[in-house]
Design a protein around this ligand. Structure first.
Ligand code: PGA
Length: 247
């Protein structure tokens, strides 16, 4: 078993998990109004984003100097495609904030030269001075970003073939499984590890096994999230269902 320095917070439910995550984000933004935030898509961070929007509207927390970089984007979908992660981020967060458009970064899933796009994205992150605070979800198979099991821990931004299980898990956002892209561009595992601070959110029964393995299992490329044991500043926030296999 590998020792971990990860801080584990057990929340009562999804709303509490989201609220705790939002408090960490808001306090980071207050402390560093020009921070680079690392953002994620999927169902898990929706409550976090809702809290950030409410706080912005009620308390005026400003995002004018904030920059954001997202973990990943589907290959083959343009920015305007309603299923692109660019659209997800606009609809679930950015359109409600005062963040300048040119401070928002996601990989371009429709780039003509995808390898060049990976390099461009990695350079953007480096040029911004790396991510101050990154939020992650976790896949049922332990993926972070779209880094599927077997991805080298040393990986930088790269093209990934999505596992069938991931495509099926994400099919709920599409009309049909056939429409779910087979490839994505994702920040690599070493890119994610350069973030100064990381919050991983896990909610629901479906994430209980991956959460258990993250906390109690070995460090292995077969569970990409296990690399987080080697990061000095990770907070894992879990709701009761996701924590159901923990002690
Ligand atoms: P989810 O996805 O939040 O939609 O469960 C998380 C992930 O696959 O990383």
């Amino acid at each position: 078993m590998t020792q971990t320095t990860m801080r584990i917070i057990k929340a009562d439910n999804y709303d509490e998990m989201s609220q705790i995550a939002a408090e960490i984000f808001i306090s980071k933004i207050k402390q560093k109004p020009d921070a680079v935030l690392g953002l994620a898509t999927g169902s898990t961070p929706l409550g976090l984003y809702k809290n950030l929007i409410e706080d912005h509207q009620k308390n005026g927390t400003s995002y004018q100097q904030i920059h954001t970089v997202n973990l990943d984007e589907y290959i083959g979908l343009s920015k305007d495609n309603p299923n692109s992660y660019h659209s997800y981020m606009m609809n679930n967060l950015f359109k409600y904030l005062d963040i300048p458009q040119n401070h928002i970064h996601l990989p371009h899933g429709d780039a003509v030269d995808l390898l060049q796009e990976c390099e461009r994205y990695e350079t953007i992150i480096n040029d911004l001075g790396n991510v101050e605070l990154q939020v992650l979800g976790i896949g049922k198979n332990g993926h972070i970003g779209f880094n599927e099991p077997g991805t080298p821990f040393s990986s930088k931004t790269h093209i990934i073939e999505l596992k069938e299980s991931t495509r099926q898990a994400n099919a709920r956002f599409f009309n049909h499984l056939d429409e779910v892209p087979k490839q994505a561009i994702t920040m690599g595992i070493s890119t994610i590890m350069k973030s100064k601070e990381i919050i991983l959110l896990a909610s629901g029964e479906a994430k209980a096994e991956a959460t258990y393995k993250l906390i109690h299992g070995d460090l292995t490329e077969q569970l990409p999230a296990s690399i987080l044991k080697q990061h000095p500043a990770v907070t894992v926030i879990v709701d009761k269902e996701a924590a159901s296999m923990l002690d």
